[in-house]
Design a protein around this ligand. Structure first.
Ligand code: CTP
Length: 405
């Protein structure tokens, strides 16, 4: 993952049972290419062994003893100054209070005080401790100083009670770190609209005409745009996927709804990426009531659904339409020829074409093999790669094209 590759992340762990979940986070970050150093308080050591973290990160898991020993006397300065992001998860009420008052009585708090990057803090504690005015005032003080407070969530607590105080899940912490790291990316301040999924056209209140699109490529594109700092609006037909953290989700179902959402969202957008599989045809007269079997096999007359890219292209030049438009071409034969024809007809700047019959590149797969076609005639055939990697390459080209414009 490009955003996290070789990024230096410091994870601070304090004495809450949620510390075991941070092992998962450390593993996720390491797998994504980050260099993760862990700093634990004495209480955290009682719950999870430093060796557990060392084993998943292949790097240091520092404890208070390291602050005082040998050549490591400037450890806290090194960890504090060299990180790209610093997250304390779980953060107990005690550590939050120390941070609020600038106390530095252990390796974690002294490192936090030395850190040059704004801290992310994920509280985890009993509901009563969380709502206590002292904790609330301490958290408010941290927010005022530019620290990011993540959660806590509501649910089952270690005490056996339910309430607000649970640390948010590792997936959300991962997403929040991504957002923190992408803040100054090349697309920061730019709005990117991405469409995803396959539209559904009603036959009656129960049945629809749908297609095989999973939405995976579109969601990966939204994530890749977020990783470059963009403000992302994800106009999505129904999928089984969770939208990437930080994207504004606009759920739609039909081509007509997607058209309205795209025209609205692109009024102030720099980029439109049309990855959705939009219906070309829809039932001309959908039934208001469920069609009954006893009435015999119905004849369903179809009519053309709106062509969204066509409608965007028909708009006057920017700002009424995006500076840059990316289309997708799903082809089962004559890939380049068909994609080239669509590129000209739909007036896009970049066409991402894929042969849906080639192994690993069809609907629903986690991989894709695409060919990129530029409006100026350039062509680049990418090998089979994950949809996330395809998305990163497409967004890299988007950044280049915006710079060239
Ligand atoms: N598209 C669109 N509106 C439609 C159909 C497609 O905006 N009603 C967009 C898709 O999101 C994609 C591009 O147009 O970016 C090409 O879609 P594709 O289905 O490959 O091509 P079609 O134009 O539908 O042509 P055909 O189905 O004949 O291949």
């Amino acid at each position: 993952m490009r955003l996290l590759k070789n990024k230096h992340i410091v994870l601070g762990i304090t004495g809450s049972i949620a510390a075991y979940k941070t092992v998962t986070l450390a593993s996720m970050l390491t797998k994504a290419g980050a260099q993760v150093d862990v700093v634990m308080t004495e209480s955290a050591e009682k719950l999870v062994a430093p060796l557990t973290f060392k084993s998943v990160t292949g790097r240091g898991a520092y404890i208070d003893e390291d602050l005082w020993q040998g050549s490591a006397h400037v450890l806290h300065i090194e960890l504090g100054q060299k990180n790209d992001a610093f997250l304390i998860a779980p953060a107990t009420a005690n550590t939050i209070a120390k941070l609020a008052h600038g106390l530095a009585d252990n390796l974690l708090t002294v490192t936090a005080l030395a850190s040059r990057t704004p801290l992310l803090v994920a509280p985890a504690m009993d509901g009563g401790m969380y709502t206590n005015p002292a904790t609330q005032a301490n958290l408010a003080a941290l927010s005022e100083r530019g620290m990011t407070i993540i959660g806590p969530a509501e649910g089952h607590l270690a005490s056996g009670l339910a309430g607000v105080g649970r640390m948010v899940e590792p997936e959300e912490l991962f997403g929040r770190l991504r957002i923190a790291l992408s803040a100054d990316g090349p697309l920061s301040g730019q709005k990117v609209v991405v469409t995803a999924g396959g539209t559904r056209e009603p036959i009656d209140p129960v049945r629809v005409i749908a297609n095989r699109s999973s939405g995976k490529q579109g969601y990966a594109l939204a994530q890749a745009a977020l990783d470059l700092g963009a403000d992302v609006t994800l106009v999505s037909a129904p999928t089984c996927l969770s939208p990437p953290l930080g994207a504004e989700l606009v759920p739609v179902s039909t081509a007509e709804e997607m058209l309205a959402a795209v025209l609205h969202a692109t009024e102030d957008a720099e980029v439109l990426i049309m990855a959705a599989a939009v219906a070309d045809f829809r039932p001309a007269n959908p039934s208001g009531q469920k069609i009954k079997k006893a009435e015999g096999v119905p004849a369903i007359r179809l009519e053309a659904a709106p062509d969204i890219l066509g409608a965007v292209a028909a708009r006057e030049s920017p700002p009424n339409r995006p500076h840059l438009t990316v289309g997708f071409a799903a082809e089962s034969q004559h890939l380049r020829k068909n994609a080239q024809a669509k590129l000209s007809a739909k007036k896009v700047d970049l066409m991402v074409a894929n042969d849906i019959t080639s192994p690993g590149a069809g609907f629903g797969a986690d991989t894709n093999a695409v060919t990129l076609l530029w409006a100026d005639g350039r062509v680049e055939a990418l090998p089979l790669m994950s949809k996330a990697e395809v998305a990163e390459r497409v967004l890299e080209v988007v950044v280049d094209l915006l710079e060239e414009a």
